[in-house]
Design a protein around this ligand. Structure first.
Ligand code: BDP
Length: 598
């Protein structure tokens, strides 16, 4: 699905701002006519944002069930000859949308965009009413999986409790921008861009989907606006004899203009994409960018911020990007779900290598933290064929959405699944086959530290192994000597049993900013620094380790729990994006040349 853009032939109007909002604890809104008549007793609610932390109400913060949003808009009369689309960047987790009382679209994926052709339903003269019902309940038929338990309490009231598998607050609402946009009646449906770079020249392979009777023209421009390559047809290769390669240090983007023309050569539709020419490969147990090995330095992140929760906002996004650059990071992982498209656009423009992850987090028996014995979930039917369908659908839509971003260098299938069960092998085999058909980027799967390398049935299917390691924190708490010995032993076992390179996708400790202790203790800033330093020494012993991403970039909110103090404090930055001492440790390491090849 193409990101909405204003072009020579397209218009767009953001519907972000203040919408009306109401809880619907009894789920009666539809019956009572809210889709057509509007919501009866609303309060104000910003869009995009999670609804949880905006008001002072505990009921709203912890609400489980249906909530309703409503807004009004005019549609300009000059749009009436066009195809008019209503598009949501993401609504968590389930949404139903009505325009002037007509149901136009339903979505059951909280982290991916969806849209509806609303041309037949909008009025030219009157205001148009847009009503959205949002539900934030999790189930084992979706990602991330979870369960809502219902219990009747004293006064007959039903109390709902969420059993979630993952370690982040179940924020909900209209989380990303909402757009009304137009396309011409004959339009460019889809675009797929793949690039290659051989040290000097580059190739841009383009494929487009549109009406068969139309003709497609491509024109690639450099920063000066000069056309450096042109092509025609549904599928073509554009050659760039002297290409500027895209990399984190030099995120050079060409502009690809795509024109759809009729037989007389008149332009029917126009769209454009930023294209970074780069080549990404896994070979000789290394990750290669543009013909040289590259070591990933960076963070596992979250979409999480004070007040707005998981709502996208450009302020937090850019602050994060600048902080990561300043720390010397060249990469991040979209843990544990697809991020807003605007985040990937910034990564293209500012230069970050992105591990793009699905929302498959917590496909295991444990909640948080995942310690103890892993009980089966694949072999006992807990992970059903419906969940697998959902996972496949998410993966396909993620690839379709993100494949044109030069910043996206690999797909992460899931985070911390129960991958020692024999049944997991077939499940993941299907996922891998689907990805291989759609795209040639490397595939990663991220492992919990309870997964034994000798018993993992999934790692052999992927190109890069992701490891989340917390020895000295969740095991032998506070004992870094034992922790690093366990880490060394664990990495050694992975290196011996698998040929693929390893990225340390998580390592870190909860740290209370301003807590100082000598000698260090858990939760102090000194402990975070020492943990990172000791871990780095071990990583450097292993040629197989081709990247390190600290957990987490910033402190983030979780559900209330005995193991969390107002959220997870493993951030190198606080939740309001100020550094802890560890930032300096990372900066020193990441901004100086590492050992050979790293
Ligand atoms: C890992 C999870 C991550 C958690 C982290 C932690 O992948 O989501 O937040 O542990 O416990 O198991 O901090």
């Amino acid at each position: 699905m193409l990101y909405p853009r204003m072009t020579e032939k397209r218009q767009k109007k953001p519907l972000d701002g203040v919408w009306m909002f109401q809880l619907d604890p009894n789920g009666k809104g539809a019956e009572e006519g809210w889709p057509a008549q509007g919501i009866p007793s609303p309060i104000h609610m910003p869009v995009p944002s999670s609804f949880n932390d905006i008001t002072t109400s505990e009921e709203i913060r912890d609400f489980l069930g249906d909530v309703w949003y409503e807004t009004f808009t005019y549609v300009p009369s000059e749009w009436m000859t066009e195809r008019i689309m209503l598009r949501f960047g993401a609504v968590a987790h389930h949404a139903k949308v009505w325009v002037n009382g007509h149901l136009v679209v339903e979505s059951h994926n909280g982290f991916l965009p969806f849209e509806a052709d609303v041309t037949p339903f909008v009025n030219e003269e009157k205001m148009n009413r847009i009503v959205v019902k949002v539900n934030n309940e999790l189930s084992w038929d979706m990602l991330p999986p979870g369960e809502v338990m219902e219990e009747v309490i004293e006064d007959g009231e039903v109390k709902k409790t969420l059993h979630q598998q993952h370690d982040f607050f179940n924020y909900a609402g209209i989380h990303r921008s909402v757009f009304l946009y137009t396309t011409p009646q004959t339009f460019i449906h889809s675009l797929k861009v793949g690039t290659d770079f051989n040290g000097k020249s580059g190739r841009v392979a383009v494929e487009s989907g549109s009406h068969p009777s139309a003709f497609v023209h491509y024109s690639l421009k450099n920063h000066q606006g000069e056309v450096i390559a042109e092509g025609k047809g549904t599928k073509t290769d554009l050659q760039v004899p002297e290409a500027e390669a895209w990399s984190p240090e030099h995120p050079y983007l060409y502009k690809l203009d795509v024109y759809l023309k009729d037989e007389e050569g008149a332009t029917l539709d126009h769209y454009y994409l930023n294209v970074g020419i780069r080549k990404i490969e896994v070979k000789n147990q290394q990750l290669w960018l543009n013909g040289s090995p590259i070591y990933l330095k960076g963070f596992g992140k979250h979409e999480d911020a004070v007040l707005r929760g998981k709502g996208y906002d450009p302020v937090t996004n850019l602050r994060d990007m600048y902080l990561m650059k300043e720390t010397g990071a060249n990469s991040f992982r979209t843990a544990h779900y697809p991020y807003a498209e605007e985040v990937l656009q910034s990564a293209d423009e500012l230069g970050f290598l992105v591990i793009d992850e699905t929302s498959a987090v917590g496909l295991l028996s444990q909640g948080v933290p995942a310690t103890g014995n892993l009980e089966p979930v694949f072999s006992n039917g807990k992970i059903s064929s419906r969940l697998k369908e959902y996972h496949l659908d998410t993966l396909q839509r993620l690839i379709e959405r993100d494949r044109n971003h030069p910043s996206v260098i690999m797909w992460s299938l899931s985070n911390e699944a129960s991958t020692m069960e024999p049944e997991a092998e077939f499940y993941y085999k299907t996922l891998v086959e689907v990805v291989r058909k759609l795209d040639d980027r490397p595939i990663m799967n991220v492992n919990l530290m309870l997964i034994e390398p000798e018993k993992c049935v999934v790692s052999k299917l992927v190109d890069i192994i992701g490891l989340n390691v917390y020895f000295g924190w969740y095991s032998t708490p506070g004992d870094l000597k034992a922790g690093t010995a366990d880490l060394r032993n664990y990495l050694d076992r992975w290196a011996k049993t698998h040929d693929q390179p390893i990225v340390i996708t998580e390592y870190g400790v909860d740290t209370v900013p301003g807590l100082h202790k000598v000698p260090s203790v858990m939760f102090s800033e000194e402990f975070q620094v020492q943990f990172l330093e000791r871990y780095h020494d071990v990583f450097d012993e292993f040629a197989e380790v081709i990247g390190e991403q600290v957990w987490n970039f910033a402190d983030f909110m979780t559900k209330q729990d005995t193991v969390r103090v107002d959220g997870n404090k493993k951030g190198v930055f606080t939740r309001d994006r100020q550094p802890k001492m560890a930032q300096y440790t990372l900066q020193k390491r990441w901004k100086s040349p590492l050992r050979e090849g790293k």
